[in-house]
Write a new protein. Structure first.
Length: 104
């Protein structure tokens, strides 16, 4: 089972690449076939597959097979999870603030 840090890393890895951000932008309007993404992104199928694997592994994107093509869409649940992870990692805690050495 993945640790919380591994889970966070998968999500943020998915978001840290400008090509994957562009793919997510294309998916805003709904499900897209890989053939459409290949054309829109002007990239070979192998490159798209690499990026889609990262996006799907993060849970932000889901896929389904139809014939020889794969169709992708943003996962509402995965998107909510990514937002929650960002909130968790950036939450400010009042307890334990400051340096013990500075208080002496």
């Amino acid at each position: 089972m993945a640790t919380v840090y591994e889970e966070r890393a998968r999500v943020f890895k998915a978001l840290c690449d400008e090509r994957r951000q562009r793919i997510l932008e294309l998916l805003h309007s709904g499900e897209k076939c890989a053939c459409v993404l290949i054309d829109e992104m002007d990239m070979p199928q192998s490159s798209l597959s690499y990026h889609m694997k990262i996006l799907c592994d993060s849970g932000i994107v889901t896929s389904r097979e139809e014939g020889k093509w794969t169709h992708y869409r943003i996962s509402e649940q995965g998107s909510k999870k990514a937002i929650e992870l960002l909130r968790e990692i950036t939450a400010v805690s009042e307890s334990g603030s400051g340096c013990e050495n500075c208080r002496k």
